[in-house]
Design a protein. Structure first.
Ligand SMILES: C[S@@+](CC[C@H](N)C(=O)[O-])C[C@H]1O[C@@H](n2cnc3c(N)ncnc32)[C@H](O)[C@@H]1O
Length: 374
């Protein structure tokens, strides 16, 4: 298996170079309106936003900033295939403009516009993101009633274009079977509150300072959403690419990807992290297998039956849907003409180095079954 990844340094408000219905999943995080670090970006996208800020008109600036994002949301609707999904990570903002402190509800504004475009909103994920900002106690402190609660979460809006995606042809069906996630992963990941992402593996976080300045999301957030909402061989688009987290996570997960970024200065950061994609992708797959083995250990300790058997790995799995899981190990990454890269994957079911990945007590495997395998 091979995947291709391409970066376009241009303005995502015009995506004419992408054909209609050519994208399976959008995963993105725009600049956040009314968060001061993005004022300059928004002033460049919309002079009206800059002028409104200058005259202390918070509501006007909020509207103008959102109007400058709307052409991108409209283009996403066009390029998504029917049944394709868009995951949009967005946080609300609190800010004092013209002497008035208020909440600027970015997620609500984007959701309302997505509804107008025809998207079908699905339940969103609240990403709990504790803040250590000094503004933790806002307003009147210990005195009622003028204190404000602290924003400690962001949203991942989940939108679908039209009805549920069909997997009609045999190839699509097969890719879907191989892309199933483990039962215990499903239970954890399909919760609507994510609490576990801080301090998670930062495999692609070579330069945390740059990542923080650019509003990068954690690689684990991108990787997980890609596994949840696409199948191997799909194409994932990020129109606000930043440091390139989506492209690298898509490559780790065996998906193709396209990224659009308006600032050419990000080229260095996007391409600098590429040598980590293969080792990080392999390590993440190994961790998924090890976590599954640990889950099987707990099942055994609790005497819970795990009835089905993985066809490729020989270990037990809870449901029939998991029996076809096939994890493609990234093997080699080649940079192509400075604007993209390709990744090849090992096609054969992996023989994992059992000594390195087996837990101290091997999991219960059926008679004649194999011990998994890296
Ligand atoms: C919140 S950051 C994305 C961070 C990214 N998720 C990551 O992990 O690094 C938003 C990015 O969108 C870019 N951007 C803003 N407006 C854009 C536009 N119209 N077209 C393309 N990129 C744009 C900004 O330069 C910025 O890098």
């Amino acid at each position: 298996m091979k995947t291709a990844h391409r970066v376009h340094f241009r303005d995502a408000r015009k995506m004419k170079f992408l054909p209609d219905a050519s994208i399976d999943l959008v995963l993105t995080s725009p600049p956040y309106p009314m968060i001061a670090m993005w004022d300059e970006t928004f002033t460049a996208l919309s002079p009206a936003a800059g002028k409104a800020l200058k005259r202390g008109d918070g509501r006007g600036a909020f509207s103008a900033m959102h109007r400058s994002l709307e052409p991108v949301w409209a283009e996403l609707y066009r390029v998504l295939r029917p049944g394709g999904l868009a995951c949009i990570n967005i946080g609300d903002a609190t800010r004092t403009v013209g002497g008035r402190f208020m909440l600027y509800p970015n997620h609500a504004r984007i959701l309302a516009f997505a509804l107008e475009l025809g998207f079908t909103p699905l339940p969103a994920i609240l990403w709990r993101k504790p803040t250590n900002a000094p503004t933790k106690f806002l307003g009147s402190g210990m005195f009622p009633a003028g204190a404000y609660v602290t924003l400690e979460h962001e949203y991942i809006l989940v939108l679908r274009k039209s009805d549920r995606r069909e997997f009609d042809d045999p190839d699509a069906k097969q890719r879907r079977r191989e892309s199933a996630i483990f039962w215990e992963e499903r239970n954890a990941w399909f919760s609507d509150v994510w609490m576990d992402l801080r301090g998670s593996r930062q495999a692609l976080g070579r330069n945390e300072a740059v990542r923080a300045r650019s509003g990068a999301f954690p690689p684990e957030l991108a990787y997980r959403l890609i596994l949840m909402f696409s199948v191997k061989g799909d194409t994932v688009l990020d129109p606000f690419l930043g440091t390139g987290t989506t492209l690298k996570s898509a490559a780790m997960a065996g998906r193709n990807s396209v990224g659009i970024e308006i600032q050419k200065e990000f080229r260095g950061e996007i391409f600098a992290g590429l040598e980590e994609v293969v080792p990080a992708g392999r390590a993440r797959i190994r961790a998924r297998i090890d976590e599954h083995l640990a889950f099987l250990e707990r099942c055994r300790a609790e005497q819970r039956a795990v009835k089905h058997v993985s066809r490729h790995y020989g270990f037990p799995v809870v449901t029939r849907q998991e029996t076809g899981i096939l994890l493609n190990l990234p093997e080699e990454l080649r940079v192509r003409d400075g604007e993209g890269f390709e990744v090849s994957y090992r096609a054969d079911p992996h023989r994992l180095d059992a000594a390195a990945s087996a837990p101290a007590t091997p999991p219960a495997v059926p008679a004649g079954g194999q011990i998994p395998l890296f």
